[in-house]
Design a protein around this ligand. Structure first.
Ligand SMILES: Cc1ncc(COP(=O)(O)O)c(C=O)c1O
Length: 376
């Protein structure tokens, strides 16, 4: 039973079939596919994605994952000694590492805003971030939806407040596309990166980076290739630099329009209904699990998307970390066939598990999870 859509998503068969067809075409005629006719597939995919996330295609490029998007932005910054980069205690470890390395190299400082968890109000997030801003803050990396703690941050307000203090926001939106409605033109952070292989269910390796027009000039991809000195007609320099990242399999990007279309047709109310249905299921599932496990919900329901973190029962607490994956998480899979991630959050550290809700899940899945956790 798959209750962990959040980690790596899941791709529907019709989308995978399209990808297999595209891969056959690529291997049959690699030069025609990857070089001569490349833009004929890339540009419509970009246009479809732009419509889905409320963006202009001019501000949008594909990348292979959100980690790559964060790398591009952070490693393009010209940091000086004493500059500060801001992140939060709820960030994603891989993305934090990018900031750690960038600040280390420049003699800059990494500041971590301590957002409490559990928390009661979205304002606590805003207050913690703003309290950590100084005159030296160059950029703040802010999650749209956090990973382990599964919180939807009040992003519009955070971006606005940071802008007022002259601080650029890099939004790590790894979980947001497909989970939350997006309008990047309206949101207008300096940078936004998001995954499409999670909640949009595109094949693995589909993600995007959006950059506000006034931030595109200095932005280099994580992998520099031909684009820096090979301008193409009908593309801007930002697109030129990012559209070719060396020889890779671009079929995940080319499948994005089909993933958007296919999922959007599953319910009469299209994506709007799909997002609302998944959110509602996550909310009901959390209620059920908290009741069965006598657990206190760690955040209000209005901070949930389609994932939710729930504290593990007391007998799981205080167990020291061992191995890459928690042994009890492995037992849950091996003995009960349930895939759910366990994590450790907060200071003092508490152990949580995280549920996901997508179209293939129903409330009975979480009943089975509750029973399994009680037996584990
Ligand atoms: C908040 C957040 N940021 C970044 C990532 C990294 O995504 P990817 O491995 O696709 O780069 C994840 C993955 O789960 C995430 O949850």
């Amino acid at each position: 039973m798959f209750l962990n859509h959040g980690s790596f998503g899941a791709c529907p068969k019709p989308v995978l079939e399209l990808q297999a067809k595209l891969r056959r075409a690529l291997e049959a005629e690699p030069v025609q596919f990857l070089w001569r006719h490349y833009e004929e597939q890339l540009d419509p995919a970009r246009a479809a994605l732009a419509r889905f996330i409320g963006a202009s295609p001019r501000d949008l490029v594909f990348v292979t994952n959100a980690t790559t998007g964060v790398n591009a932005v952070v490693r393009s910054l010209k940091l000086r000694r004493g500059d500060e980069l801001l992140t939060t205690g709820h960030d994603y470890n891989a993305c934090r590492n990018v900031l750690v390395e960038a600040t280390r190299r420049a003699g800059a400082k990494l500041v971590v805003a301590q957002i409490p968890f559990p928390l009661r109000r979205p304002d606590e997030v805003v207050e913690a971030i703003l309290a950590a801003v100084t005159t030296r803050t160059r950029l703040a990396m802010v999650d749209h939806v956090t990973s382990n703690s599964a919180l939807v941050f009040p992003l519009a307000r955070i971006i606005r407040e940071l802008e007022q203090r002259g601080v650029d926001a890099l939004v790590d939106g790894a979980h947001a596309p497909g989970m939350l409605p997006l309008n990047l033109t309206r949101l207008r952070p300096a940078y936004y990166t998001g995954n499409l292989h999670k909640w949009v269910c595109a094949p693995k390796g589909a993600a995007f980076l959006w950059a506000r027009a006034d931030r595109q000039a200095g932005l280099q991809p994580a992998v520099i290739s031909h684009g820096n000195n090979r301008p193409r007609p009908d593309h801007n320099a930002f697109q030129d630099r990012f559209d070719w990242a060396g020889t890779i399999d671009p079929t995940p990007w080319f499948c994005v329009p089909e993933a958007i279309r296919w999922l959007g047709r599953l319910l009469p109310g299209h994506w709007c209904e799909l997002r609302a249905r998944n959110h509602e299921l996550a909310v009901r599932a959390r209620r059920l699990l908290c009741e069965r496990l006598e657990a206190e919900p760690p955040c209000p329901e209005n901070m949930l998307g389609c994932i939710a973190a729930i504290p593990l029962p007391e007998r799981f607490q205080g167990v020291p970390r061992s191995g890459k994956i928690d042994p009890e998480q492995l037992r849950l899979y091996d003995e009960f066939g349930i895939e759910v991630p366990f994590s450790r959050i907060g200071n003092p550290e508490r152990r949580y598990f995280r549920i996901s809700a997508h179209i293939y899940n129903s409330l009975s899945d979480y009943e089975r999870l509750a029973e399994a956790l009680q037996k584990l």
